[in-house]
Ligand binder design. Sequence first.
Ligand SMILES: Cc1cc2nc3c(=O)[nH]c(=O)nc-3n(C[C@H](O)[C@H](O)[C@H](O)COP(=O)(O)OP(=O)(O)OC[C@H]3O[C@@H](n4cnc5c(N)ncnc54)[C@H](O)[C@@H]3O)c2cc1C
Length: 811
Amino acid sequence: METTESPPESTAVAASIENNTTLDPSVSHSLSPPKPMEINDSTTEPKAINDSTPEPAPEPQSQPETQPRKRRRRRKKIFTDMISTTASRIRALRPNPKPSAVSAVSADANFDDSPSGHHRKRRGTSDLSKEVDIEALIAISVGFPVDSLTEEEIEANVVNQIGGAEQANYIIVRNHILSRWRSNVDVWLTKDHVLESIRAEHKNLVNSAYSFLLHHGYINFGVAPAIKDVKSKLSDELPKGSVIVIGAGLSGLVAARQLIFLGFKVVVLEGRARPGGRVRTKKMSGTDDSVVGAADLGGSVLTGINGNPLGVLARQLGFPLHKVRDICPLYLPNGRMVNSDVDSKVEVSFNKLLDRVCKLRQGIMEEVRSIDISLGTALEAFRLVYKVAEEPLERMLLDWHLANLEYANATLMSNLSMAFWDQDDPYEMGGDHCFIPGGNERLVRALAEDLPIFYNCPVESVRYGSDGVLVYAGGQEYRSDMVLCTAPLGVLKKGSIEFVPNLPQRKIDAIERLGFGLLNKVAILFPYDFWGGEIDTFGHLTEDPNMRGEFFLFYSYSSVAGGPLLVALVAGEAAVKFEKMYPVESVNRVLEILKGIFSPKGIAVPDPVQAVCTRWGQDQFSYGSYSYVAIGASGDDYDILAENVADRLFFAGEATNRQYPATMHGAFLSGMREAAHIMRVARRRLVSATSQKAYYTNHEIETNDVDPLFETPDLVFGSFSILYDPLSKDMESNALLRVAIRSEKTGSGSTYLYGLIQMKQAMELNSLEEDVNRMEMLTHSFRVSLVGRNGLCNAAESLIGRIKLSKSALV
Ligand SMILES: Cc1cc2nc3c(=O)[nH]c(=O)nc-3n(C[C@H](O)[C@H](O)[C@H](O)COP(=O)(O)OP(=O)(O)OC[C@H]3O[C@@H](n4cnc5c(N)ncnc54)[C@H](O)[C@@H]3O)c2cc1C
């Protein structure tokens, strides 16, 4: 809900806000109507860096250490030398040459690079090596380590043995599948397609890697028509249970889509009247719609495009991305531009201070692990010791950099943990920072399409137990097997949702320890672009250090908003004070600053067409902007927030993502992660239910005439053994199935269950990887119930008779 006030007659200052009456963070104020004037046509076309061309491989060289004006983060290291040591392996994985293809190049070096297989090329070793390197780089950009498995992969048992040759080959196959799909994200990549470029004897690795990447949402995800089409066809085949998703932000939307694909019944309960949560694009316009613009009031910049799943969505939807240009002039309070020498000098000093703090903390952490102080305190101490920025101008510049850090972390320097504030740096997405023209809500709309979302449905209470979950929202009761809570950390801190029983103490402590900070924005639509379209950002210095975050950075959205739009950021202490100010007062303050910068250049600042001030701290569905590592907290707390409770209650959202917190892509990836997690738990529950049934049906049987027959089975895979009908070769003839179930209750190794299936079904089971998949196919697709020896039907008994006869004849 949004409060919009009619514009005052003469001046913008008269507008006011109804305090605390807004459910939505933004309060929009139509100020004075636009005066007739010519539209300055200097806006540049958005630079399409991500159109239909395949995603470029990330640059192997690491980027410069510092990224002025951006959120300062250290760059991820890319171990190119380690990558190339794996290159030789690829030769053993590629298909053999056709017998007719005679070449001086090693047969192993053949590689079919076309999806259709029509254009076979012969590759030299160095080509292949380069290709493997590129595939590895793409995998790294998506978040996979270069020479080891992720925890998710280990949990999914992608290889039989950790660390051996099988693992090394698996990694190459996994990287190949990933980059294959990333080269054309508009189509559904099939396993057969992958097998065209991997030798048949490695089919098991392809099965394993393909199934992992598919179920964990690393391939074939998104909103391309072909992907949605195949997903909807596959989705309803295997009902796995039901899940209520709390929240229709990025994490909730992504999880809901993936869960539906994985076969769950899903309902999304959203407190607001719209999807997107902290991604919100506000359409702004004047009274006559002659000027319009789209302002992202929440998440706006895709911070690193390499491997970014939101970049994939943009490609699928055909949205060209606009690279945020690095040029960012800084202006003094008197409107003059900061001298570039002083600017660079202070920036270098600032980065040195940060590096010194990093070295100091290494020493401290080795000595006493529990000590933590604020990053602000540590930096100030070093500043005094090294006499940095003692001149007023330098001090102002340093404060500007500190404000930039306070923006990146959405909190004051005095709240940030010196020890762990940047714990996510090594994982940072590489590549350009980008905007999506028209705003990020375009992605949200595509993700929300066709999902069962109940809006205006704030969840009040969640009761969970061994039988399932009850959710109370908007006077209604909802039941499901599991719940995925994506409510922001601010909401969890506030205790707006009651959990019965209480959340585990360890989670409650992590919720308290982690910080949830504040960043606010003022978006102003002007009648024309008076600041010039060739830059995307400019900064403004403030004399009062306590207010250094007040409108310290301006984003120009002229290139992407569809109109002349400026967004001023309010960070640190100023962001907190800002929420108590009247919006008109804030807008006037922004205008004053703009006039101070542009009037001396002879450029008049026109009256705004419309202005919007955010209030993320008062928003009852977020109570802040995004998470940060507060003093005393650490990266572990993100993991604890992500832990499920009793296999019934699951958590996603940016504050559950240790590697990518506080970001839109972090939220996206956490949704995918939890969908896969829920799937794993549902499968485990299925297997354990079957094994309990096995115990109760079987443990009274003393003698078993069937097991000796299985000493020489016709087919064995995993825990499954098969005996065929000795009198028939028909694929539809009956076969006797025995499944070994490990039962902890019996304490005596395996218990056996039996079933009657067809010979062709036995083949189909054999073609699957992992017993959980086979069990699923058996129960859901073939609808076969396993029974104890005494529960077998007449047809099975007569088959057993025939098998006994034929085996005795062989003796
Ligand atoms: C001002 C601002 C600027 C940002 N800038 C950037 C940026 O430039 N780049 C970037 O990558 N990220 C940025 N972010 C962060 C990014 O927007 C978030 O990390 C991300 O959108 C969070 O998604 P989520 O799904 O975790 O949570 P949310 O989007 O908050 O989704 C949670 C959902 O739960 C709903 N909900 C809450 N309580 C209840 C309840 N009781 N019952 C039912 N529903 C409930 C909420 O309404 C919401 O829809 C910014 C955020 C803000 C606020």
